[in-house]
Design a protein around this ligand. Structure first.
Ligand SMILES: [Ca+2]
Ligand SMILES: [Ca+2]
Ligand SMILES: [Ca+2]
Length: 321
């Protein structure tokens, strides 16, 4: 009996020592929660739309159904920003009295769909160059669709979309200058145009700039298949130059004053829309025939421009670039 107890003794000691060892992590005092990074959104109007309105579309129907502030703390945590795939906003610029800054949007790195519309213009007296708005969306590396409409372009300097390799469709509609009184002088000011940088957007196939004043170098987007430049209404470029757009299939340049048109690009469009060019509609429009056209020497392309020219038009096939 005594022998048996002695044999058991180390076992007792072992289990006693074990019970004195500190317990596993489950019984430790929990670490205080690490405060998650808050995204800084300097413009109160942008932040308000994010936090207090249904600006986030969660089910892919392009209608907002949730605000971004999932934990209802009035702030935007990094995880909340990174959950957003689709952001839809509408601003009443007239009520706000200025354009809205979207500084901070670069944190929305998983955004695929972005639509920003607006209504109303605000009275602009003197244009103050230091107050011109620049929009930098280059952080939205997953963006596939952008719509950014109704901007006042004489207060908007630039829109940077460079490097957005997933961008497939861009609509920049009704972006034009506003003056309380339009004059022959202010309608031709260079400040009326917003620069759009599309460098390295190799997936972009569909661009719509209807009724807008934008400076765009189409040689940045040779991938384009569809381009809508209908009714620029004063925003016409000096030269409608499409010589880099070898993949272009569909082009609308209707209702514009076009002095020079370059279609020479070693391909032929499937569709060229030229509504009302070469016609005069009384007080409503006057779109003269095009003065200078450079085309590919291909019968279909000669046919396509037939209604754009009169006996004064110079048509050449060597544009000498
Ligand atoms: Ca929705
Ligand atoms: Ca929050
Ligand atoms: Ca061509």
């Amino acid at each position: 009996m005594k022998k048996t107890l002695l044999w058991l003794l180390p076992l007792f000691i072992f289990s006693f020592l074990s019970s004195c060892e500190p317990e596993g992590p489950a019984d430790k005092d929990p670490d205080p929660p690490v405060a998650e990074e808050i995204i800084e959104i300097p413009d109160e109007y942008f932040k308000n739309v994010l936090v207090n309105t249904n600006s986030i579309d969660t089910n892919g129907d392009h209608v907002g159904d949730s605000n971004i502030d999932l934990n209802n703390d009035g702030e935007i945590q990094r995880s909340e920003a990174e959950l957003a795939k689709s952001l839809i906003m509408n601003y009443n610029y007239h009520e706000i009295g200025r354009l809205v800054s979207f500084t901070g949007i670069s944190n929305f790195t998983n955004l695929e769909y972005l639509k920003i519309t607006g209504i109303g213009y605000y009275p602009a007296e003197e244009i103050e160059v230091e107050k011109l708005m620049s929009y930098d969306f280059t952080g939205l590396v997953n963006l596939e669709y952008l719509e950014f409409n109704n901007l006042v372009t004489n207060w908007s300097e630039s829109l940077d979309l460079s490097g957005l390799g997933n961008l497939a469709e861009v609509r920049l509609i009704n972006n034009s200058p506003f003056y309380e009184v339009f004059t022959d002088e202010n309608i031709v000011l260079p400040v009326n145009f917003m620069d759009v940088d599309l460098e390295s957007t190799g997936s972009l196939i569909n661009l719509d700039i209807t009724n807008s004043f934008l400076n765009i170098d189409f040689c940045q987007v040779p991938s384009l298949k569809k381009l809508n430049m209908f009714y620029l209404e004063g925003g016409e470029p000096e030269v409608f130059d499409f010589h880099c757009l070898e993949s272009l299939e569909w082009l609308n340049i209707g209702e514009n004053v076009i002095e020079s048109l370059i279609l020479s690009n070693s391909s032929v469009l499937e569709t060229l829309l030229v509504q009302n060019i070469g016609s005069w509609g009384g007080h409503y429009w006057n779109y003269p025939f095009v003065k200078y056209i450079c085309i590919d020497d291909i019968p279909e392309e000669h046919e396509q421009i037939a209604t754009l020219i009169d006996e004064h038009t110079v048509v050449v096939t060597d544009c000498s670039f």
